[in-house]
Design a protein around this ligand. Sequence first.
Ligand SMILES: Cc1cc2nc3c(=O)[nH]c(=O)nc-3n(C[C@H](O)[C@H](O)[C@H](O)COP(=O)(O)OP(=O)(O)OC[C@H]3O[C@@H](n4cnc5c(N)ncnc54)[C@H](O)[C@@H]3O)c2cc1C
Length: 266
Amino acid sequence: MERRGFDLEIVVLLKQVPATETFVEIAGDGASIRTDGIKWVINPYDELAVEEALRIREKHGGTVTVVSAGNEKTLDAVRTALAMGADRGILINDPALKSCDGLGIAKVLAGVLKTIPFDLVIAGQRAVDDENFLVGPAAAEFLNIPSISMVIRAEVTNGVIRCVKSVDGGTMELEARLPLLFTTQRGLNEPRYASLPGIMKAKKKPLEVKTLADFKIDAPSEEATTRIVAMNLPPARKAGRIIQGADARQKAAELVKALREEAGVI
Ligand SMILES: Cc1cc2nc3c(=O)[nH]c(=O)nc-3n(C[C@H](O)[C@H](O)[C@H](O)COP(=O)(O)OP(=O)(O)OC[C@H]3O[C@@H](n4cnc5c(N)ncnc54)[C@H](O)[C@@H]3O)c2cc1C
């Protein structure tokens, strides 16, 4: 359902991911990671999205709704976004999501968005775990609205959004009418922390947990889904070596020898 009101209806697509400091281990199936003991957080690019949504709402008025597809644990990520200041959360928790890939998730999220008012949708450019770089723009395509990727500045005036995006070696400015979806790039803002009063207030904010049936969305077809068949960790790095020598000259000679004979780089 698209709407162009005075106040802005802003939706943030939010994914919960393992914290970057997590020690990742591949599970027994060879195609997933072990999830026991993992600390889960909001995808860092989605934190930028929440922050930007809050700043736009603070300037123009309106509401910020966070939409996430996930499981019971994902409620923590949605609650954190509510504690940062978002107004409403929707979690789609459905066993059928287990057989979804990025495109399937984009279709599901677009199906949810068709049932709620929105002027602006903000997503991360990528989730730092599966790194498909596609859910935001694909959801925009399913919604038949324009999208702008890798945004580092956004300004809304009179139903028009002007975005600055990063391109290799520079920036580019684009303009489009709302409704629109944009994805975030580092440098867009500095996300706020959830304050203690924010955490208390979040407990009273609406947080709906829904299934695909609640939105009348069909489960994604198994035939049109990619499957992760193997995951591989990078090869273990060799330990470093401290070059020995009586003085700087001898150490330099030893370093040149190692670079030539061992590393083969000179
Ligand atoms: C409960 C559950 C179980 C799953 N199990 C599997 C599985 O077993 N095998 C498999 O291959 N895939 C599975 N998936 C799908 C997968 O984990 C990703 O959600 C999906 O592939 C999106 O890919 P990505 O994170 O690489 O997206 P990207 O395109 O890199 O993400 C870009 C942006 O899209 C938005 N976004 C991405 N995912 C979500 C989301 N879930 N909710 C809201 N916004 C989102 C965020 O704004 C994010 O920053 C599962 C998903 C769920 C929810």
